[in-house]
Design a protein around this ligand. Structure first.
Ligand code: SAM
Length: 287
């Protein structure tokens, strides 16, 4: 799609006003108004006639327009039903389906199977910032058949995704991403490209999904639970974090940590993915 055909911010505003649309802060509604950035996001997604795109939160639909022009099929999930009337006017594409629902409630594996048979599926989104982490965790934990994720997130979240053990930013999501994907920050984006402007800058990150997870564990669900439990209570020892959050007896966790070669006083935020894998495998033998 030619960038010139994108709606200008003034026309976007006029259309939104005509339908009485009010931006919702709580739904993270900051719409993209810069054609260059929109095209760069689509470039990063590397779309062609074999691509299926799942977009989360199309909003007004400027990014959706470009995605529809480049991919074979686009399915967009939007929680705000008040945008439906806007979409009826602005998003008339034969290869687009919009589902009005909360992404967190969608059975995405089923959706991918039903809507994208045979296509190379990618997730592309300018994510609502209030729910970025739960959305990324859902995508990674539910193991969709996708090859790539390209998302706009807050700059700080991007830094968290690229952080090392022991640093302030390091968290459960860093490890969940490392487990499944290689990441690359495609660009840093100033707040001036959004309407309305958010307070912070953003970044576009691509996740290239690995063919096999980075480490092999006996029980993947347990690995994710161990990781989340370890970061649930920062400044607590790993022993307490695992006992409290996984509701496991202290002796069991102590034994698993010892078998994994770790002291009970260690803190979760200092461990790397291999070490979490070892703990999960030792726990699996005992519970
Ligand atoms: N893609 C548009 C763009 O780039 O201009 C809009 C991006 S805006 C940052 C986030 C969008 O996600 C909004 O349209 C908002 O209504 C939608 N949204 C918020 N929470 C959602 C959820 N739980 N499920 C689906 N969409 C959601």
């Amino acid at each position: 799609m030619d960038e010139k055909k994108l709606y200008s911010p003034r026309v976007m505003k006029d259309i939104l006003d005509r339908y009485g649309f009010k931006f919702s802060k709580s739904l993270g509604q900051n719409f993209l108004i810069d054609g260059n950035i929109i095209n760069k996001i689509a470039d990063t997604a590397e779309l062609d006639e074999n691509s299926g795109v799942l977009e989360i939160g199309p909003g007004f639909g400027t990014l959706t327009q470009v995605l529809c022009g480049r991919a074979k099929k686009v399915v967009a999930v939007e929680v705000d039903k008040s945008l439906e009337r806007v979409h009826k006017e602005t998003l008339n594409y034969d290869n687009l389906k919009i589902i009005y629902n909360d992404f967190m409630k969608v059975d995405v594996n089923k959706l991918i199977e039903e809507e994208f048979g045979g296509l190379d599926v990618k997730i592309v989104a300018n994510l609502p910032y209030y729910i970025t982490t739960p959305i990324i965790m859902k995508i990674l934990e539910e193991r969709y058949k996708i090859s790539k994720i390209v998302v706009m997130v807050q700059k700080e979240v991007a830094q968290r995704l690229n952080s090392a053990p022991g640093s302030k930013e390091y968290g459960a999501i860093t490890l969940a991403v490392q487990y499944r994907a290689d990441t690359n920050i495609a660009m840093i984006v100033p707040n001036s490209v959004f309407m309305p402007r958010p307070k912070v800058d953003s970044a576009v990150i691509e996740f290239n999904i690995l063919k096999e997870p980075r480490i092999k564990v006996e029980d993947e669900v347990l690995l994710f639970n161990v990781i989340k439990a370890s970061f649930g209570q920062r400044r607590k020892t790993l022993l307490n974090g695992l006992c409290n959050n996984l509701k496991l007896p202290k002796d069991t966790v102590k034994e698993a940590l010892a078998n994994a070669g770790m002291s009970p006083g260690i803190r979760g935020e200092t461990l790397n993915l291999d070490e979490f894998g070892r703990i999960a495998d030792e726990l699996k033998k005992l519970i």
